[in-house]
Design a protein around this ligand. Structure first.
Ligand code: ADP
Ligand code: MG
Length: 362
């Protein structure tokens, strides 16, 4: 993992050092660039009739329903290239979109990638970005079918659209939870936020003294969760195998608190979440101790975990019980009972959707 930071440093140097091998984007031209970055992508899905290269991609439609989702990522708003290597950015930009397709209980098949990039970036930087995009496509078996490339006056902007499919009867919406359903979360929470705290700290240290080696020891898991998140394609298959169809589902991009509020408000139900059930990795607990922040707050408000949050009927409890991928963290209640966290001290506090930034203000 130490390699990550040296790669960031390498990248920053590459952007500044005029003597390094760098091919200017202007020299290559838009057409040359598109050809260069897309030529290594292979098509895997039968439904992809025409990928990159024409005025539009062509997809064969099936009996299934089509799922479409887009995310826009802007440098300085959604990512910081001083510690986010471009390869990781490319990977993450794809993964966050696939996560939305999986959150509908669907299979993802294609993506488009649109890019605005300033002349400050050499071709080599764009190659890094596309190496990450390609790795994500290979890992999740996704076809890159098109996009757009243009220049920006400053920084990078990347927009990914993912296309997937699902049988009509398999699609899971946000607004269909029922009063007595159990609430389940996959994996563990808060690690991406904890990882970000480490990266921010080391960035400050590095700013003051570039000779200091960053201290990432014992932080591999949380750094990976921030820099190379994965979408839970495996869980969608697992749910099929277990014959569990969630009654509602959402992926955790903004934090557990904000996502459970979506499920409750859209489904017109309330909930009790149990603090002592929230799954935390030991690295999250120790990092929160180091930073003197509350681990539950980080798990609830941190965001960017890309785990799945879903509800199931009580009768499905037996099917998922004991599976290490799943933790039951509470149950739905009636709308009039409200949306609550039951603390370790057994007091009920009302959950609010607090954004990403508010944690550090506490
Ligand atoms: P047009 O001028 O008709 O919009 P472009 O020259 O922008 O076409 O694109 C040519 C082909 O390359 C299209 O298939 C388009 O989808 C694809 N493409 C353009 N930019 C990207 C990109 N950044 N990533 C992947 N495919 C791209
Ligand atoms: Mg175009």
């Amino acid at each position: 993992m130490e390699g990550l930071f040296s790669r960031c440093v390498y990248l920053c140097k590459m952007l500044e050092d005029k003597n390094q091998s760098r091919t200017s984007l202007a020299e290559l031209g838009e057409f040359g660039l598109i050809n260069h970055i897309t030529k290594h992508f292979k098509v895997s899905h039968k439904a992809t009739v025409k990928a990159v290269g024409d005025d539009a991609a062509v997809l064969e439609s099936s009996e299934k329903q089509t799922l479409i989702t887009t995310d826009l990522l802007i440098e300085g708003v959604h990512f910081d290239l001083s510690y986010m290597p471009l390869k990781h950015l490319g990977y993450k930009a794809v993964v966050v979109n696939l996560s939305d397709v999986f959150a509908m209980n669907g299979e993802a098949e294609q993506i488009t990638v649109s890019l605005a990039v300033s002349n400050r970036f050499p071709l080599e930087a764009i190659e890094e970005l596309y190496a990450g995009i390609q790795l994500a496509c290979e890992t999740y078996t996704i076809d890159l079918i098109g996009g757009d490339t243009t220049s920006s006056t400053k920084g990078i902007l990347i927009s990914v659209t993912a296309i997937g499919k699902a049988n009509k009867e398999d699609v899971v919406y946000r607004n269909t939870a029922k009063e007595t359903d159990l609430i389940v979360v996959t994996g563990d929470l808060g690690a991406a936020f904890a990882g970000l705290q480490i990266l921010e700290r080391e960035k400050e240290v590095f700013k003051d003294n570039a000779a200091v080696q960053p201290d990432f020891s014992g932080k591999d898991y949380i750094l990976e969760r921030q820099l190379k998140p994965e979408a839970r394609q495996d869980v969608i298959q697992l749910l099929k195998d277990l014959e569990v169809k969630p009654t509602s589902m959402i992926d955790i991009s903004d934090g557990l608190s904000s996502e459970i509020i979506h499920l409750c408000q859209q489904g017109k139900v309330g909930c009790d979440l149990y603090e002592n059930k929230i799954p935390l990795d030991p690295q999250v607990i120790s990092t929160c101790e180091e930073f003197n922040i509350d681990a539950t707050t980080v798990a609830i408000n941190g965001g960017e975990d890309y785990e799945l949050l879903f509800t199931i009927i009580m009768e499905d409890f037996e099917k998922i019980k004991g599976n290490p991928n799943f933790t039951i963290i509470g149950h739905m209640t009636s709308e009039s009972e409200g949306i609550h966290l039951v603390t370790r001290a057994n007091t009920k506090i009302r959950l609010k959707a607090r954004g990403w930034d508010s944690i550090s203000e506490e």
